[in-house]
Design a protein around this ligand. Structure first.
Ligand code: SAM
Length: 243
């Protein structure tokens, strides 16, 4: 997958994109990430990317011209590129949207700064994405969240594809509790079933714990989760006990 990111602070990305799993995906060629300095598309001596808001008010607004020029150069006019604007006003990013984005060939992510975008910039976006109901100082961290969550779903990035299939949100549920060695630590024991070697029992325990945990922590997710009638009854019981 190719990802282009447009930002006025390109230096923010180096450590996140070069380390660990994403770094390896870039080195191996599964991911091609390019960071672009928006100031390269300005046309004045001060490389200005912001201006005062018409109508007054606090703060500055991102000028449309540099963003339009950058997109003219970077994004494909046809269907090959998906232009994503990161903004608190966008569609909330969840695992379903992450999965949809991971199927794209080419993402172009535009990071806002100041008080946000001149509204005309939105006309160039295929999608506006929010990473949560809070306001960041700029879109760079949000872009990194999008890149990280999308990249790990690409074939060959995690190395063991089933971990992305089994984890929280992938089946509409939170993940079951996980343990590693030692089997007993600080007076706390790993559940016996996980040491049993009985794969069917382990799978049944994990499924039940996944439903229990979702019912306790995020009952809102259960509505869309695929559950049998008895599993739904089990979830209802947990919710009643939790209330
Ligand atoms: N005044 C804008 C508003 O009320 O919608 C917020 C501007 S914010 C200070 C500057 C930039 O940070 C935004 O243009 C956006 O790119 C980014 N940003 C802030 N919060 C975000 C969030 N929750 N998700 C995605 N991007 C965010």
């Amino acid at each position: 997958m190719k990802i282009d990111i447009i930002s006025i602070l390109p230096e923010m990305f180096a450590s996140v994109l070069s380390a660990s799993i994403i770094g390896r995906a870039c080195s191996s060629g599964v991911l091609d990430i390019q960071i672009h300095d928006l100031r390269n598309w300005t046309d004045d001596r001060h490389r200005t990317t912001d201006d005062y808001p018409f109508g007054g008010g606090p703060g500055m607004v991102m000028k449309p011209e540099p963003v339009f020029r950058a997109l003219d150069e970077i994004a494909d006019d046809g269907d090959a590129s998906t232009v994503v604007i990161v903004s608190p006003q966008g569609t909330p990013l969840d695992q379903k949207l992450v999965k949809e984005l991971s199927a794209k060939q080419h993402l172009v992510i535009v990071c806002g700064r100041y008080e946000g975008f001149d509204e005309r910039i939105r006309s160039r976006a295929d999608l506006e994405v929010s990473i949560g109901d809070y306001v960041l100082t700029g879109g760079e961290l949000a872009a990194m969240v999008v890149v990280d969550s999308v990249s790990r779903l690409l074939p060959g990035v995690l190395g063991h594809e089933e971990s992305a299939l089994d984890e929280s949100f992938s089946n509409g549920l939170l993940e079951y509790p996980q343990y590693t060695r030692p089997a007993s630590f600080a007076g706390l024991d790993v559940p016996e079933v996980l040491l049993s070697g009985d794969h069917a029992r382990i799978a049944a325990w994990r499924r039940a714990e996944s439903i229990r945990r979702t019912a306790e922590r995020r009952p809102d997710l259960l509505e869309d989760a695929e559950l049998s009638e008895s599993e739904r009854e089990f979830a209802r019981r947990i919710i009643d006990e939790t209330e």
